[in-house]
Design a protein around this ligand. Structure first.
Ligand SMILES: Nc1ncnc2c1ncn2[C@@H]1O[C@H](COP(=O)(O)OP(=O)(O)OP(=O)(O)O)[C@@H](O)[C@H]1O
Length: 262
């Protein structure tokens, strides 16, 4: 018998009143995969991530983790949003420790663990800073450390680097890849950036414009990923394929809007 997929999305439909946000989405995500999720605005990306996080329930179909239905949020899944959502009155270390409170670890062990994860995201020496004393990139590193500290098998990320400048974004992309390789977690990463999807994803899932259906899943094969990946011809080919898939959807969404005002 083969092991169940780490994440199983089975015929998932989600409606909000008369609006269908997701329509019959089925996708298996194998353990340890880095999956990037792209789609036009309003295609249901965040809705899907919420369902994976247990923050919402499908109208029909089901979401499985290790073959068991998701019934709510859990420590097996860490979530990182675009906005840092840090507690302003807590230091970086105390923000990271938050994820451990109520768990089995004592105070000293929690502090030690928090320090270890701040180190993992490159923030050694900044443990006692408050959020207002940190740059945007540093705040997002704290948010990532906070979601990793309780060692979830799955990391759900909703445009986590969208608010950052290009240089910081590229730096954090590399750090995330390093952490992913080191920890072997299953990552689902929403982005609007085709380059970001190709750079990070082993696979890229493309949603259609509303209602969100699964249009394609593109496997990204960039060889040994050495050197300046973004200027590699294989990078360009993947990028172009995704651009075409998305462009069709954006055009379709615009046409629907035009006919709605006619
Ligand atoms: N709680 C809600 N109540 C009503 N409608 C909702 C709710 N959440 C999402 N929607 C609608 O569902 C659709 C999908 O929204 P969602 O935020 O998942 O899309 P998205 O692909 O993440 O968009 P974006 O790229 O703009 O963030 C949208 O039309 C949105 O207005």
């Amino acid at each position: 018998m083969t092991a169940p997929a780490k994440i199983g999305i089975r015929a998932v439909t989600k409606t909000f009143g008369a609006l269908t946000a997701l329509d019959d989405v089925t996708l298996d995500i194998a353990d340890g995969t880095f999956l990037a999720l792209v789609g036009p605005s309003g295609s249901g990306k965040s809705t899907l991530l919420d369902l994976l996080g247990g923050l919402g329930t499908p109208t029909s179909g089901e979401v499985l983790i290790d073959g068991a239905p998701v019934t709510g949020p859990g420590l097996d899944r860490g979530v990182v949003f675009q906005q840092y959502a840090l507690f302003p009155w807590r230091t970086a270390r105390a923000n990271v420790e938050f994820g451990l409170e109520g768990g089995p670890l004592g105070k000293r062990e929690r502090a030690e663990r928090a320090r270890e994860y701040l180190d993992l995201v490159g923030l050694s020496g900044f443990e006692d800073r408050y959020p207002h004393e940190l740059s945007g990139g540093m705040k997002q590193r704290v948010a990532i450390a906070r979601s990793l500290v309780y060692d979830p098998a799955v990391l759900l990320m909703d445009e986590p680097f969208a608010a950052l400048d290009a240089q910081t974004r590229e730096q954090l992309q590399d750090e995330l890849l390093r952490i992913w390789r080191r920890t072997g977690k299953t990552v689902v990463f929403i982005t609007h950036g085709i380059d970001e999807a190709v750079y990070l994803g082993q696979r890229v899932a493309v949603l259609t414009s509303r209602p969100g259906r699964l249009k394609a899943v593109v496997d990204i094969d960039l060889g040994d990923r050495a050197g300046d990946l973004r200027s590699d011809p294989a990078f360009g080919r993947h990028r172009h394929l995704l651009w075409e898939l998305l462009h069709e959807e954006v055009e379709k969404a615009a046409e629907t809007e035009r006919s709605a005002v006619r």
